[in-house]
Write a protein that binds this ligand. Structure first.
Ligand code: UDP
Length: 461
């Protein structure tokens, strides 16, 4: 071979994994001495912007029809309804055999496979080919620890109602949650598709070489230490991956970047609210109406991203704001000095992008591990306030948030002394994030340490 470490990446088929793992690929290659193969499906190729000559992209056919999905449903953003979520996951498990065929055919077997946690079978494939496997969860250390403490100690079993707060046992920081906020798959009991999938994911984490985390040590120090020292996992924190310079992966923005920058340039610093709920979450028409009314009542300028599937929503904005239908250039927007508040679903990438840009948040978790991320932002980092969502949902957000709650939360984040405190803390964290990815910063050291480890264990000089 060419003396380079060959890393194969198998990102889950959702933007929340494809974007950071593509950034990761570029980061590895830019460090030098590494080449990367990204394995995805044909319809996801346009979302993967390979920015280095040492990145190769290979594809596997996605078995839509076989799994009962409509043709073309190759990404979580095109799952037609919550009822199709399990079919989507089933289709992803059917990738195992074609993936192993691809490994067999590849002229240069990889020295390491980094696969998303949602592909627990990747550990078996890696073992068959004697390749070490690393896990990418797509979440931060706090959520990894919180979810593991809930899974191990099941505190929600001992409470009398779904809305009664309980303490997450053993997790540093006295964090309270309710059963309603827990993901379905974490509170499920007995043997079913959810508990089996979670068990497999956890087992593959334990048997793997370790985890690669899109976060930085200084942000979640206590939890990164807890994860390694108490839970006993090996972790490399190499983020924030979005701080990598250059063209971003993900979809093509639905708005001209120059136009949005000109609009932002015309606004005062910290005066604009940016509202976006990631690539999967959807809201009912009535909830969208509450958001519109809340933003209007706040009196702030805003940029609001409405998903194309939210068809029923029609609204004009009286010049106060911009509605983007489809895909926003999110990092570009967050980094603009005019943006002073991010209303977010607390997807980990969005959360970390806000941290990196120093933008305080109104937290509006919807699904996955987002309620944990909300706790990190509002109670540990103290750079945001909750809008007051009470219930975890699968894709569709809890639609009980009133326009008054939205207005109040936005004003709390943007006006007065409390807001000033949040802004200062957010600014400090953004500086720490930038330092972490610089030469010899903590994330850069974790990255070089991982590459070095792979070189040494594969006897590559
Ligand atoms: N994103 C974007 N424009 C959009 C929506 C999302 O650029 O209009 C990006 C966002 O910057 C983030 C990713 O898509 O990098 C979404 O990941 P996250 O973990 O926040 O949420 P998910 O989509 O997985 O729920």
């Amino acid at each position: 071979m060419d003396g380079k470490v060959h890393i194969m990446l198998l990102p889950f088929l959702g933007h929340g994994h494809l974007i950071p793992m593509t950034d990761m690929a570029t980061l590895f290659c830019e460090e030098g001495g590494v080449r990367v193969t990204i394995v995805t499906t044909p319809l996801n190729v346009p979302n993967v912007v390979a920015q280095h000559k040492d990145i190769e992209i290979l594809t596997l056919k996605f078995p839509c029809a076989e799994a009962g999905l409509p043709e073309g449903c190759e990404n979580t953003d095109s799952i037609p309804s919550p009822a199709h979520v399990l079919a989507f996951f089933k289709a992803t498990t059917m990738l195992q055999s074609p993936f192993e065929h691809l490994l067999l055919q590849h002229p240069h077997p990889p020295h390491c496979l980094i696969a998303s946690a949602f592909f627990p079978w990747a550990s078996h494939s890696a073992a068959k080919f004697k390749i070490p496997r690393l896990v990418f969860h797509g979440t931060g250390a706090f959520a990894l620890c919180a979810s593991e403490c809930v899974r191990l100690h099941r505190p929600h079993r001992n409470i009398s109602s779904d809305s009664e707060p309980f303490l997450i046992p053993h997790l540093p920081g006295d964090i309270k949650l309710t059963k309603m906020m827990l993901p379905d798959y974490e509170k499920a009991e007995g043997e079913n598709d959810f508990t089996r999938a979670l068990k497999e994911i956890k087992e593959s984490e334990v048997t793997s070489l370790g985890v690669v985390v899109n976060s930085f040590y200084e942000l979640e120090q206590v939890y990164a230490d807890y994860y390694t020292n108490v839970l006993g996992r090996r972790a490399w924190l190499i983020g924030p991956l979005s701080l990598r310079k250059g063209k971003r992966s993900g979809k093509q923005p639905s708005i001209d970047e120059g136009e949005i920058l000109r609009w932002l340039d015309s606004k005062e610093p910290n005066s604009v609210v940016y509202v976006c709920f990631g690539s999967i979450a959807n809201f009912t028409g009535s909830q969208l109406g509450e958001i519109a009314a809340g933003l209007e009542a706040s009196g702030k300028h805003f940029i609001w991203v409405v998903r194309r599937s939210e068809k029923e929503f029609e609204r004009t904005t009286d010049g106060k704001g911009i509605i983007i239908r489809g895909w926003a250039p999110q990092v570009l927007i967050l980094e603009h000095q005019a943006v002073g508040c991010f209303v977010t679903h607390c997807g980990w990438n969005s959360t970390l992008e806000a941290v990196s840009a120093g933008v305080p948040m109104v937290t509006w978790p919807v699904s996955a591990e987002q309620f944990y991320n909300e706790k990190l932002v509002t109670e540990i980092l103290e750079t945001g306030v909750p809008v007051g969502v009470k219930k975890w949902g699968r894709i569709v957000g809890d639609d009980s948030v009133t326009s008054e709650a939205i207005e109040k939360a936005v004003k709390r984040v943007m006006e007065g002394e409390e807001a000033e405190g949040m802004r200062n803390r957010a600014w400090k964290l953004s500086q720490m994030a930038k330092t972490a990815v610089e030469h010899e910063g903590s994330s850069h050291s974790h990255l070089t340490d991982l590459i070095q480890y792979l070189r040494a264990s594969n006897s590559i000089s």
